[in-house]
Design a protein around this ligand. Structure first.
Ligand SMILES: [Mg+2]
Length: 409
C-alpha cells in the first residue's frame, strides 16, 4: 500500500494550523497534526523540505518502521520541530490503517477501556464573583471537573484568565498567541501569586464544596523551592492536580516538590520525547502525564509512555488546548478510550471556522468525550476550505519581572 502523495497545509482560521495529508495508491487519505504554536512554519518546512519526499513510495502499513526511520535516520533527534513533524506522519498512518481496516483507531490499539473520556473545563475570573460565575458556566456546559485560574493583585496580565484581550477574538485562555509580528509582553511576580492563589482556592471550596475536582496550572514560573511551598499551601483544598508547578527541563526539580507535598502533580505539555519524562515516571515523581500526541511524536510513542506509567499508577492527562488541531485531539481521544491508566482530558472547543475545516465525529456529552466510531481518526479534513484562511504570523506572549528581567511564560 504505497504512499503516492504527501501535502502540507498551513492556514489560519482563528489560529494557525499545520496539517499533513497523505494519500495512498488506492486513494485512501490519512491526516496528521503538525501544529507548533508560534513556530508553525518551521515544522511546515521540515515536512515539506525534508520528509514528504521520503514518504512517497513507502508502504503506508508500516507505522512503527516509518516512525523509527524518521526518528533515527535524521541523526539530529528529538526537539519540538522534529517531533511535531514525526507526529503528523504517525497520526496520518494510523488514520489510513483505521480506514483500511474499517475500524476506529482505538479498536486497533486494543479496544475500549471506557465509554467516554472525562474532560475538564476552564474557569477563570478577575475577582471571586466573576470566577464563581465562570465555574458555574463551565458546569452548565456539562463539565464535572474544572481548572481554576485567577487574576492576581500586583500582576497586570496573567496566563489563563479569559477576560484578557486577544487579537483574533478568541478567549485569551483558549488562545493566548496574538497575531502580529512581535510577542505581547506580560508581567510576573512569584510572591504575589503564591500569596493570592491559595486564598482563591479556599473561597472556591467554601462556595462549591469538597467534591468538585479542581485543577490549576502554574505554567512553569516558580523555582523548585517556591513550587514546593506552593504545592504544600494548596493541600487543604485537595486539588485533582497541580500542573507545571515548576520547570521539568531538570527532572530533579520535581523530586524536591514531591518530597515536600502530597498535592498531585501533572507535567509534560512541552515534552517531546520519552527522555523528557522517563525519570519522572520511573521515580514516581508525578501523577499525570500531560504530553500531547502532536508534540510528542504521535500516537505510537505516547501509547508506549502510558504503558511505562501503568505499573506506577501514573495516569494520563493529555494536553488539549486549541493549538492541538482536531486531528491531534482525536488522536489523544483514541488513546484516552483505549489505555487503562486514563486520568483526565483537557478540552477547549475550537472555533466555528476551524470545525468547518476539520469535520470531526467527536462528541462531548455530560462532561465526557468520545472520538466516534468512524474508521480511522474520525476527522475529515477539507483543504479547499482551509485555503480560504491564509497563514498569519502569531506569537505566544512572554514575561518580564518588575526589574525588566525576562521570565518563563
Ligand atoms: Mg498547561
Amino acid at each position: 500500500m504505497k504512499i503516492t502523495k504527501a501535502d502540507v497545509y498551513v492556514f489560519s482560521t482563528s489560529r494557525n494550523f499545520v496539517t499533513l495529508r497523505l494519500e495512498t495508491e488506492d486513494g485512501v487519505v490519512g491526516v496528521g497534526d503538525a501544529t507548533l504554536n508560534g513556530r508553525e512554519l518551521a515544522v511546515a518546512h521540515y515536512l515539506k523540505d525534508h520528509v514528504c519526499q521520503l514518504l512517497v513510495g513507502r508502504d503506508a502499513q508500516n507505522i512503527e518502521d516509518t516512525w523509527q526511520f524518521l526518528y533515527r535516520s535524521c541523526y539530529w533527534r528529538r526537539g519540538p520541530v522534529t517531533m511535531a513533524a514525526i507526529a503528523a506522519v504517525d497520526m496520518a498512518l494510523w488514520d489510513i490503517k483505521g480506514k483500511v481496516a474499517n475500524m476506529p483507531v482505538y479498536q486497533l490499539l486494543g479496544g475500549a477501556c471506557r465509554k467516554g473520556a472525562r474532560a475538564y473545563g476552564h474557569a477563570s475570573g478577575t475577582d471571586l464573583e466573576s470566577l464563581f460565575d465562570s465555574i458555574r458556566y463551565e458546569m452548565d456546559l456539562g463539565y464535572t471537573m474544572i481548572r481554576v485560574q485567577t487574576s492576581v493583585p500586583g500582576i497586570n496580565k496573567l496566563y489563563g484568565v479569559a477576560a484578557q484581550d486577544q487579537s483574533s477574538g478568541m478567549r485569551y485562555d483558549f488562545e493566548p498567541a496574538n497575531r502580529g509580528d512581535w510577542p505581547v509582553e506580560e508581567d510576573w511576580d512569584s510572591a504575589a501569586y503564591m500569596r493570592h492563589v491559595p486564598t482563591v482556592f479556599e473561597a472556591v471550596r467554601n462556595e462549591f464544596g469538597p467534591e468538585l475536582p479542581l485543577l490549576h496550572d502554574g505554567h512553569n514560573r516558580l523555582t523548585p523551592r517556591e513550587a514546593a511551598q506552593f504545592a504544600k499551601s494548596l493541600e487543604p483544598y485537595n486539588l485533582f492536580w497541580l500542573e507545571d508547578v515548576t520547570l521539568g527541563e531538570n527532572q530533579e526539580n520535581l523530586r524536591y516538590v514531591r518530597q515536600q507535598s502530597t498535592t498531585p502533580l501533572a507535567i509534560g505539555e512541552v515534552f517531546n520525547s520519552v527522555y523528557d519524562i522517563k525519570d519522572l515516571i520511573d521515580n514516581q515523581l508525578i501523577d499525570y502525564v500531560r504530553c500531547a500526541t502532536t508534540h510528542f511524536g504521535g500516537i505510537t510513542p505516547l501509547k508506549k509512555v502510558m504503558a511505562q506509567a501503568e505499573p506506577y499508577q501514573i495516569k494520563s492527562g493529555f494536553h488539549g488546548p486549541t493549538d492541538v488541531s482536531p486531528i491531534g485531539f482525536a488522536a489523544e481521544l483514541h488513546l484516552d478510550i483505549n489505555i487503562h491508566n486514563y486520568g483526565a482530558q483537557e478540552y477547549m472547543t475550537h472555533s466555528k471556522e476551524t470545525l468547518e475545516v476539520f469535520e470531526t465525529s467527536m462528541t462531548f456529552e455530560n462532561g465526557f468525550l468520545h472520538p466516534g466510531d468512524k474508521p480511522g481518526l474520525g476527522v475529515e479534513f477539507h483543504p479547499e476550505i482551509a485555503e480560504k484562511f491564509p497563514y498569519e504570523q502569531a506569537y505566544l506572549p512572554y514575561n518580564r519581572l518588575a526589574d525588566g528581567t525576562v521570565h518563563n511564560w
